[in-house]
Design a protein around this ligand. Sequence first.
Ligand SMILES: [Fe+2]
Ligand SMILES: [Fe+2]
Length: 290
Amino acid sequence: MHDLPLIAARCWIGRQAGVRSLAPLGSARSLVAVAFLQKPPAIQKPIRLLHSRYGAGPCGLVRNMLRWEMSMGAEAQRTAARPKRIHERNRPRRTTMAEAGTLHDAFIEELKDTYNAEKQLTKALPKLAKASSNPRLRQAFETHLEETQGHIARLEQVFESLEEKVRGKHCDGIAGIIEEGKSIMAEDFDETTMDACLIAAGQRAEHYEMAAYGTLVAWAQAMGHTEAVTLLQQTLDEEKAADKKLSGLAEGGINQTAADAAHPDDEDDETMAGAGAGRKGAATARTARR
Ligand SMILES: [Fe+2]
Ligand SMILES: [Fe+2]
């Protein structure tokens, strides 16, 4: 098949497909044979199918081979471009100073996160209060709910002082802590044990907030956002006070009452062994009785 347009077409296809030779001279059958030799095994199957379908008519075969080669040429170009794109993705992004994230950006993101955390807590605290049996504990959660609403208002003031739109971003950390609290509330504990567990859940949230506000205050100080420092410090102090109040309730009787319910026979042993070594003494006494 010494057909000049066909030869020109083959050469063009060869360039497109990145194949050096597509048998510039030869019959349709030799074209198929060369394609078999030059193409990887993965694409021999379509050639074979093409051959079995159009093998009887060389003109039809050549026409379809050309179409197929053209599509393969386009695919070869796409494949050649792919590694380059991956390479570009892995390359460190060249950014100007204006595009790069700064501590101020991180500060705003942290504010959004904390704003959302506070909003989540306004829904969680009433549940903790409702689940509490000890009236002082219930009161502590209710008081902190009111404070939390004040924390939201303060954060809004911080956004405004920085001329930023008030916006939250879902806080996964507090969401996890709240989920844990829900699991505890679903447990079948006696009243005082439940109170001890609610304190533990509440303190997890308070410590999370203390970490967040501690960071926010430090960053605001470092960047000279004085109004933000004052507002955030007030909230940090209230979080610390709430945590301290919960510790006071736990250590002021709730933990011990729950512990006594758990180990009613150990009371005398613990009294004798003293507060510091009470648990160890009780364990020894239990062992001796067996
Ligand atoms: Fe708070
Ligand atoms: Fe709090």
